[in-house]
Design a protein around this ligand. Sequence first.
Ligand SMILES: *[C@@H]1O[C@H](CO)[C@@H](O)[C@H](O)[C@H]1NC(C)=O
Ligand SMILES: *[C@@H]1O[C@H](CO)[C@@H](O)[C@H](O)[C@H]1NC(C)=O
Ligand SMILES: *[C@@H]1O[C@H](CO)[C@@H](O)[C@H](O)[C@H]1NC(C)=O
Ligand SMILES: *[C@@H]1O[C@H](CO)[C@@H](O)[C@H](O)[C@H]1NC(C)=O
Ligand SMILES: *[C@@H]1O[C@H](CO)[C@@H](O)[C@H](O)[C@H]1NC(C)=O
Ligand SMILES: *[C@@H]1O[C@H](CO)[C@@H](O)[C@H](O)[C@H]1NC(C)=O
Ligand SMILES: *[C@@H]1O[C@H](CO)[C@@H](O)[C@H](O)[C@H]1NC(C)=O
Ligand SMILES: *[C@@H]1O[C@H](CO)[C@@H](O)[C@H](O)[C@H]1NC(C)=O
Ligand SMILES: *[C@@H]1O[C@H](CO)[C@@H](O)[C@H](O)[C@H]1NC(C)=O
Length: 442
Amino acid sequence: MKGVHNIYHHSYTFSFLLVFLALILFHPALSTYVNTMSSSESLTISSNRTLVSPGGVFELGFFKPSALQRWYLGIWYRKVFDQKTYAWVANRDNPLSNSSGTFKISGNNLVLLGQSNNTVWSTNLTRCNARSPVIAELLPNGNFVMRYSSNRDSSGFLWQSFDFPTDTLLPDMKLGYDLKTGRNRFLTSWNSSDDPSSGNTTYKLDLRRGLPEFILINTFLNQRVEMQRSGPWNGMEFSGIPEVQGLNYMVYNYTENSEEISYSFQMTNQSIYSRLTVSEFTLDRFTRIPPSWGWSLFWSLPTDVCDSLYFCGSYSYCDLNTSPNCNCINGFVPKNPQQWDLRDGTQGCVRTTQMSCSGDGFLRLNNMNLPDTKTATVDRTIDVKKCEEKCLSDCNCTTFAVEDVRNGGLGCVFWTGELVEMRKYAVGGQDLYVRLNAADLG
Ligand SMILES: *[C@@H]1O[C@H](CO)[C@@H](O)[C@H](O)[C@H]1NC(C)=O
Ligand SMILES: *[C@@H]1O[C@H](CO)[C@@H](O)[C@H](O)[C@H]1NC(C)=O
Ligand SMILES: *[C@@H]1O[C@H](CO)[C@@H](O)[C@H](O)[C@H]1NC(C)=O
Ligand SMILES: *[C@@H]1O[C@H](CO)[C@@H](O)[C@H](O)[C@H]1NC(C)=O
Ligand SMILES: *[C@@H]1O[C@H](CO)[C@@H](O)[C@H](O)[C@H]1NC(C)=O
Ligand SMILES: *[C@@H]1O[C@H](CO)[C@@H](O)[C@H](O)[C@H]1NC(C)=O
Ligand SMILES: *[C@@H]1O[C@H](CO)[C@@H](O)[C@H](O)[C@H]1NC(C)=O
Ligand SMILES: *[C@@H]1O[C@H](CO)[C@@H](O)[C@H](O)[C@H]1NC(C)=O
Ligand SMILES: *[C@@H]1O[C@H](CO)[C@@H](O)[C@H](O)[C@H]1NC(C)=O
């Protein structure tokens, strides 16, 4: 009885082993798709080994741009059938000069070693707890993290690539300030489409005067040119970021509290991919919706001439639906009428009648992207009915707007200086109240 049982048991084990071997030999997915690297493992250029995220969307490994003789460690999309789309590059400004490179965990840091074991890139962490084993893991959303192997909780990550963006914002990744570390996470363009080294364009959160805005900045010969402003968050959106509200596959999240000021987006349908990528002169949203296998450009900034910040000067606003596009606010006239008539609005407009400290009123402009908030102050708690009263009580206050437009409004933004970089949208934007002498009202 016993022998029969044993024979049966052995053949069962044997066939199980056969199936297992067959799976390993003939199903590469099972043998090679790994998403973690332990401290005793490494990735090398010569081995071609990569990590693949669970779900198979992202892959991490070495790559060499076709035009360059340099190697980089990065993360790319696996399932998009066009030129490889890279989402993150570790050593963008410290490439490996030839094909000997090793990526591994060393002393609780991720390190990238070159030909003579020189450190080309490192996570540079000083905090070190050698007692617990550390692993690196590529998560399903493309976040590459280092953590204690026993701790999967995201708050316990020792390091994560999402804190060090390259040129691409992926879903779940945050753009803006982590106030606990003081780090401002921003996007920096590739030098060119085939060269990951840092380019001249960034998309960055700027705190201005306490009213955070995203600014697209190009730096050329140390000259910083602001190419587009998002305007402040108005409780529902940034009027200068053309996201489409109410999509059934993507939601947006802006958070402003004592721990962070950040913007992110999430996919509610995981079969659709979307990313924000900054290139040399634009910020683009690309989306891939099955059954299509390629990216389509969903929107791009700057969108039109009215996004050019210096196109219409102070106290004038840009409107695509008027000709010329620059318009003086009512109660203002062109500062330089000759140039204005030649359709050069850059010098802007001046008041017809100076403000008087008492007896002024307000002109309402609708569908506006708010003026640059560099000279603005914000009072987040004030009742909107008090905005006008408070502005009138300060002889220097020239303009106000509602800070959070939801539920009838809360808080006010006040400007005391010049009003610059305004545009009027056909739809969207918000109301702006400009102070005028009573003689210029009505
Ligand atoms: C690594 O991949 C490249 C390109 O796919 C291939 O040419 C090369 O033979 C591979 N090397 C190894 C060791 O598998
Ligand atoms: C990389 O360069 C070093 C020195 O230049 C050389 O010794 C080494 O053989 C090179 N390795 C490869 C894989 O080309
Ligand atoms: C680099 O480090 C590895 C592992 O420690 C060692 O085998 C190799 O000889 C080293 N190479 C050089 C050039 O120092
Ligand atoms: C690590 O430190 C080195 C030297 O200070 C620096 O060049 C490098 O950029 C740092 N790496 C990261 C990922 O911050
Ligand atoms: C960036 O590209 C320019 C040409 O477009 C080139 O001159 C420059 O060397 C590149 N910078 C880096 C760091 O590769
Ligand atoms: C970036 O700016 C530098 C000058 O500051 C210029 O030499 C370089 O070509 C620019 N890069 C690109 C990609 O335009
Ligand atoms: C938005 O972000 C905050 C802070 O990260 C988070 O607590 C909240 O759950 C997020 N909301 C959504 C809808 O994802
Ligand atoms: C997700 O999007 C795909 C592609 O548009 C669609 O076929 C699918 O029905 C969507 N799934 C859900 C749950 O909406
Ligand atoms: C108004 O502006 C003037 C000149 O900039 C300044 O001296 C004055 O203190 C300001 N008044 C108030 C109430 O802020």
